[in-house]
Design a protein around this ligand. Structure first.
Ligand SMILES: O=C(O)c1cccc(C(=O)CC[C@H]2O[C@@H](n3cnc4c(=O)[nH]cnc43)[C@H](O)[C@@H]2O)c1
Length: 261
């Protein structure tokens, strides 16, 4: 039976290892390496028990699960390059992925997403890709180029959010971390966003080339706003990321067969 294949892309090794420990506590922690090069493969036999809260009908929970973890680097360009390479390699090997997940820590927009909380994107939005004008920001699609957002598969994303008790709302991708209260308020108001991070849209652009659906799962390390690096709660956010993927493990292992919807 063909396994369900997942690619999970993080920015840095610490995020990859948190995801890996959640999915498989016994998994070896991979050595640090250059972003975008090495895949860490975990195989689940589908034999783990499902929680009562599992969103999928039992008849659909059959196929074994293979998860590849990839440290893709920080920012949308690095994430797109790494994800694109992994997807292309998988396609050439005739082992295409069924789902790509952008995962890691993020800034949370108060009061919607507090530090330590989990956010599952319903949409992934490129918040600073476009053109600044005297009348405001024009997204890239309004200029006639490409797209500035991708929707996650609605049923799967909502089910994952429900199982995790997560905030389910747009996650912004920015190339520049927001550093003022004013911009934080403007971004939140414009998009109804719960969180911002730096890779989701890059992962989504690469996945779109291959027609592969995406999810974005983030845990909040800091509030979006005036820069205060000392206040970032990175260990707490990484622990929350590990715990989220520990909860998701049986969900993913027994999840509905593709196509995800
Ligand atoms: O220093 C560490 O130990 C460490 C461990 C894990 C991750 C980091 C990062 O600095 C990751 C950067 C990563 O985090 C996302 N992020 C987090 N907060 C924000 C934010 O307020 N605005 C935008 N992005 C944020 C982002 O995706 C970066 O790639 C360090």
């Amino acid at each position: 039976m063909n396994p369900v294949r997942l690619l999970i892309v993080t920015a840095v090794d610490a995020e990859r290892d948190a995801v890996g420990r959640g999915l498989s506590p016994a998994a070896p922690v991979a050595a640090p390496g250059p972003p975008g090069r090495e895949l860490l493969r975990l195989t689940c036999n589908g034999g783990v028990p499902c929680p009562d809260t599992h969103p999928m009908p039992s008849a659909a929970r059959r196929r074994p699960l293979t998860v590849d973890l990839l440290t893709g680097g920080v920012g949308p360009a690095a994430a797109a390059a790494a994800t694109g390479a992994a997807l292309a390699l998988a396609a050439v090997r005739d082992e295409p992925y069924d789902l790509v997940v952008s995962a890691g820590i993020a800034g949370g927009f108060a009061p919607v997403a507090a530090v330590g909380s989990v956010v599952v994107a319903d949409r992934v939005i490129a918040a600073d890709l476009g053109c600044e004008t005297a009348d405001g920001f024009l997204p890239v699609d309004s200029l006639g180029f490409g797209t500035s957002e991708y929707a996650c598969p609605p049923h799967l994303a909502a089910a994952v959010a429900r199982v995790l008790g997560a905030v389910h709302a747009p996650v912004l991708t920015v190339s520049t971390v927001t550093g003022t209260e004013e911009r934080a308020r403007m971004l939140q108001k414009s998009h109804g966003a719960a969180a911002e991070a730096m890779e989701g849209f890059g992962v989504a652009e690469a996945a779109a080339v291959h027609g592969t659906p995406i999810l974005e799962v983030r845990t909040v390390s800091n509030p979006v706003g005036p820069r205060d690096r000392a206040a970032w709660r990175i260990p707490d956010a990484l622990a929350a990321l590990r715990d989220a993927f520990a909860v998701l493990r049986p969900v993913l292992a027994h999840g509905a067969p593709p196509p995800y919807s």
